[in-house]
Design a protein around this ligand. Structure first.
Ligand code: GSH
Length: 215
């Protein structure tokens, strides 16, 4: 199997997951949105996004969460829970995508993605909306993580990785993680994992364009 990736947040999450699981995949850098690349990648992912997992028979799977599920099964790991704990893990994936992860993405998009790809100035209104959702959802996580180290009672799971998916370079992204001590401590535990802190070690992973500062 081949895992197609770039350094952006969702493919980074997939690479970190694969490395954490020591999954038997080959890693291949890809740029489906680059000029002239669409025809090559559309059959693998009609949405032209990364990550993509390509099976040996040429079929493919896209979306980081689906890929994590597949790789965890392949590795015989409970990182993606099965059985009794699976609903609780899915609860956090589902809530996170609409709340904390979305808030991080909204703010990061303004300060990082738009500035990196020249998509326009920071929209203060969008930042404000994102920070409000961040405050609300971080408060919920802060309460939960004050009583236990990971989102699930019985230890780290893929839900922790997904919840943290937009936190790398959180200072640059303008995310006030340090205002929430239990949440900060939880993320420090994730950052302590080599698979998370440096998922691209030894891989061909061209740096993303720099983030331009607004004048
Ligand atoms: N919902 C998808 C989102 C995928 C996505 O938006 N990927 C972005 C990066 S975060 C992408 O492919 N950007 C182009 C690139 O990285 O070359 C997932 O979870 O995998």
């Amino acid at each position: 199997m081949k895992l197609l990736y770039s350094r952006n947040p969702n493919p980074r999450l997939a690479v970190a997951t694969a490395r954490h699981l020591q999954a038997p995949v080959e890693y291949e850098f890809a740029a489906p949105l680059a000029p002239g690349q669409a025809a090559r990648y559309r059959p693998l992912n009609p949405a032209l996004r990364l990550p993509i997992l390509v099976y040996d028979d040429g079929r493919s799977l896209w979306e980081a969460d689906a890929i994590a599920c597949r790789l965890s099964r392949e590795a015989g790991s409970s990182f993606w829970r099965s059985g009794a704990d699976e609903p609780a893990m899915i609860q956090w994936l589902s809530w996170g995508k609409q709340n904390f992860v979305r808030a991080c993405d909204m703010v990061r998009f303004e300060y990082v993605t738009k500035q990196r790809y020249g998509l326009g100035p920071v929209d203060a209104g969008e930042v404000q909306k994102g920070l409000e959702l961040f405050a609300e959802s971080a408060a919920l996580l802060e309460e939960q993580l004050s009583g236990r180290p990971w989102l699930l009672e019985d230890g780290m799971s893929y839900a922790d990785f997904r919840m943290a998916s937009f936190l790398p370079h959180h200072e640059q992204a303008g995310l006030p993680l340090d205002d929430h001590p239990a949440l900060r401590a939880w993320y420090a535990r994730i950052e302590a994992l080599p698979a998370w802190s440096d998922p691209f070690a030894g891989l061909d992973a061209p740096e993303l364009p720099p983030v331009a500062r607004e004048a």
